[in-house]
Write a protein that binds this ligand. Structure first.
Ligand code: MOS
Length: 732
């Protein structure tokens, strides 16, 4: 199904199942431990051996000698895989560095060996016997230092300009010019990257934890030099990804190589201490934001520059993305520069671009409001735009940005905020409120599905879409149930298998809208088949209570499949509606914090997000996405930072003891409000994404609340207490 004109009224609009806060249909399996994650396919693979990954002990250089003899002779060892015996490996399209290094080493903890043994303990013990001699080379590990030599990135739009930014900024009566730093961050998902590989002749089956089955299938085939038809990827349950599992990683490739070498299925879970340096991370940024306004607060010039680093061949963090679209202003510029760093591979993490970009831009807006003596909410509303500011003839498909801010301010009690910082005390706590805009683009991706109707009248939906904890199973079941008029419990959703039609996958907050639209397309075809079989014109056919009917003709769906399943398959293919109008999602984020007047410790006291993001397919799973993202942003604001050893070039705090993410005790009551919205230009579902919108802006709202509480402006994340202590007001 081509989607190239805005959606009309369609069966989804009935909202009998869609739009209801349905519990997750996979919930019972998750909570009883019967959802099978990648490492847990024991039943099919009872004879699996265990692989243990060895990571490089240098960041850059060469292996000059590697002694694996003792490891090979160790008890239980079946194979030792290294670059020297693995055969030719080709770098995958989505990887920046080789997944098995050697002799050249491209980053710290790049995998250099897999030891396969009968037991995990034997594999781990033997891995400790491998002796490696390295020749270390100097590398670049410091973004601030490498910034001067940064170059223009090849892809994307590194430089944009409208009007004359320099002249307009220079002439602006009110100017803000500030530089912000966001650190490297790790996805820190609960389930480590894990895979089990099995070879049947030249056929490879990989149970793995991967957000994008089809990308993964292609890159496994490419890396190993085999046909993609010979690769099957299965990823039915995923314990979190956040972008860290968009791509094939070392666990999958090493499991495949280990299984080949051992002649047995092999399971590999990346050890937690390897994840930070072996896999991808969100790259650090330095961002300079310049905004010029008239005395009335209207923006006349807005400029945003960002510097980030990556390994050779990598890409920039697109931190300026939102600044092109969020606020009005006739004169504008953005610029990105990319430095070569020999740190591990940088790549997407939840809301790549906007998440760190908003961390800078939205503190800048708070600083600007203070310079202007304006309320930060009013400053943002004043500078709203209903068109793409770079292309004023191009509207937004929907933009309820101002409504988000107004509704949020009202619900949060923003009126009560003291515009003067450090005025409100609650015992030992300095209390403050902060807010920020939320913005993230809405992307759409081609997505296919197959729907089968069986003789019991049940529907089976098959698509290689993944559920990374987001609720895909549930909203896909809701979509099929709505389309065919069957109860939700009569829909069986099967996901995460490369044998199924290729979906959009889980990434870039496009998954919910795109994958359900693909299911919609397949269901439209199935409705046609059903109607024809029932002798009803499809235009007259009604689907409800497990029946198709028109006038006084009424047939049970199961009857129509009595002599064989009815099967329909289709894909949603998006035309250029996304070019004609800008599709984005919006939010107003509000936060209250307490800063300990004596220690500088920050505690978040209240959080509110008001979101406008198209039709909300399931308010319960959508809310869960947003509160999860808000929680992640509290980590970004207060604690998350991969600390770099700048001499040796690695992330030092590479486990969950040293890399601190929020726990329940850190998170107060959170409120999420979705404004009524349908976006007919986004898809037949009229939905958009929320999973990344929820993180964009929140960390800045926390930073702004800290400023309001304490009077200390921190432009360097995370805002740890050492950065506050010196500036705290004198405590009497
Ligand atoms: Mo997302 S960072 O595209 O999983």
């Amino acid at each position: 199904m081509k989607f190239d004109t805005p959606a009309q009224q369609n069966p989804i609009d009935q909202l009998k199942v869609i739009g209801k806060p349905t519990d997750r249909i996979d919930g019972p399996r998750k909570t009883t431990g019967t959802a099978t994650y990648a490492y847990e396919h024991h039943q099919q693979l009872a004879d699996a051996a265990y692989g243990h990954v060895v990571g490089a002990g240098i960041a850059k250089g060469r292996i000059i000698a590697m002694d694996t003899d003792a490891a090979r002779r160790a008890p239980g060892v079946l194979a030792v895989v290294t670059a020297a015996n693995a055969g030719k490996l080709t770098k995958g399209d989505f990887n920046t560095a080789q997944l098995l290094g050697g002799p050249q080493i491209q980053h710290y903890h790049q995998a250099i060996a897999l030891v396969v043994a009968e037991s995990f303990e034997q594999a781990r013990a033997a891995a400790g016997l491998i002796k490696v001699q390295y020749q270390r080379e100097h590398g670049a590990y410091d973004l601030a230092q490498a910034r001067a030599g940064a170059s223009v990135p090849k892809d994307g739009e590194p430089d944009t300009a409208v009007g004359d930014f320099a002249a307009a900024f220079a002439a602006a009566p009110v100017q803000l010019d500030a530089t912000y730093h966001t650190p490297d961050q790790s996805h820190a998902m609960m389930e480590p990257h894990a895979s089990i590989a099995r070879w049947d002749g030249d056929q490879l089956t990989l149970y793995t934890s991967n957000q994008m089955i089809n990308w993964g299938r292609g890159d496994v085939a490419k890396t190993l030099g085999i046909a993609r038809e010979n690769v099957r990827l299965l990823s039915p349950f995923i314990g979190g990804g956040f972008g860290g599992k968009l791509f094939v990683r070392a666990d999958a490739i090493l499991a495949a190589l280990g299984a080949r070498a051992a002649g047995r299925p092999v399971k590999v879970a990346l050890q937690r201490p390897l994840i930070a340096n072996n896999t991808t991370h969100r790259p650090a940024t330095l961002q300079r934001v310049r905004i010029g306004t008239g005395k009335d607060g209207r923006i006349t010039a807005i400029g945003h520059e960002s510097w980030s680093g990556d390994l050779p061949g990598g890409g920039p963090e697109v931190a300026v993305q939102q600044t092109r679209l969020l606020y009005a202003g006739a004169n504008r510029m953005t610029r990105m520069r990319l430095a070569v760093l020999d740190l591990p591979e940088g790549n997407a993490m939840r809301a790549p671009g906007e998440a760190p970009g908003m961390m800078a831009l939205e503190i800048a807006m708070d600083e600007l409001a203070e310079k202007l003596g304006m309320d930060p909410v009013e400053l943002r509303i004043l500078n709203d735009t209903q068109v793409d500011p770079e292309h004023p003839q191009r509207p937004f498909s929907q933009r309820q940005f101002v409504q988000c801010l107004r509704e949020g301010a009202k619900r949060f009690g923003w009126d009560a905020r003291s515009s003067q910082p450090a005025q409100v005390r609650d015992g030992r706590w300095l209390v403050g409120m902060g807010m920020a805009s939320g913005f993230r683009n809405n992307l759409t991706m081609k997505s296919a599905a197959r729907v089968r109707l069986d003789r019991q009248g049940k529907l089976i939906v098959e698509t290689d879409m993944t559920d990374i904890g987001t609720g895909s199973y549930t909203i896909i079941a809701q979509t099929a149930a709505e389309m065919l008029g069957v109860p939700l419990q009569d829909v069986d959703v099967r996901l995460g298998d490369s044998a199924f039609p290729v979906s959009a996958g889980s990434g870039g907050q496009w998954g919910a809208n795109s994958s359900t639209a693909g299911v919609y397309a397949a269901c439209v075809k199935l409705r046609e088949q059903v109607a024809e079989k029932a002798g009803i014109a499809v235009s007259d056919a009604q689907f409800s209570d497990g029946h198709v009917h028109a006038g006084d003709r009424r047939v049970a769906l199961g009857e129509l499949a009595a002599d064989g399943e009815l099967v329909a398959e289709d894909a949603i293919e998006f035309g250029d509606l996304g070019k004609k109008a800008q599709q984005s999602t919006f939010a107003g984020h509000f936060v209250e914090v307490g800063v300990d007047a004596y220690t500088g410790e920050t505690r978040v006291r209240r959080m509110l997000a008001v979101c406008a993001a198209g039709r909300i397919l399931n308010p319960k799973s959508a809310r869960s996405q947003v509160i999860g993202a808000m929680t992640m942003a509290v980590g970004a604001a207060l604690s998350e930072e991969l600390v770099i050893d700048k001499r040796l070039g690695f992330f030092v705090n590479h486990d969950l003891a040293g890399y601190e993410v929020p726990v329940h005790a850190d998170i107060p009551h959170q409120e999420v409000v979705f404004l009524d919205e349908t976006d007919p230009q986004s898809s037949p579902m009229k939905a958009k994404g929320v999973g990344e919108l929820g993180i964009c802006g929140v960390a800045a709202a926390v930073a702004n609340a800290i400023y309001n509480a304490s009077g200390v402006r921190v432009r360097d994340y995370p805002i740890t207490l050492d950065k506050l202590l010196d500036g705290l007001p004198q405590v009497v």
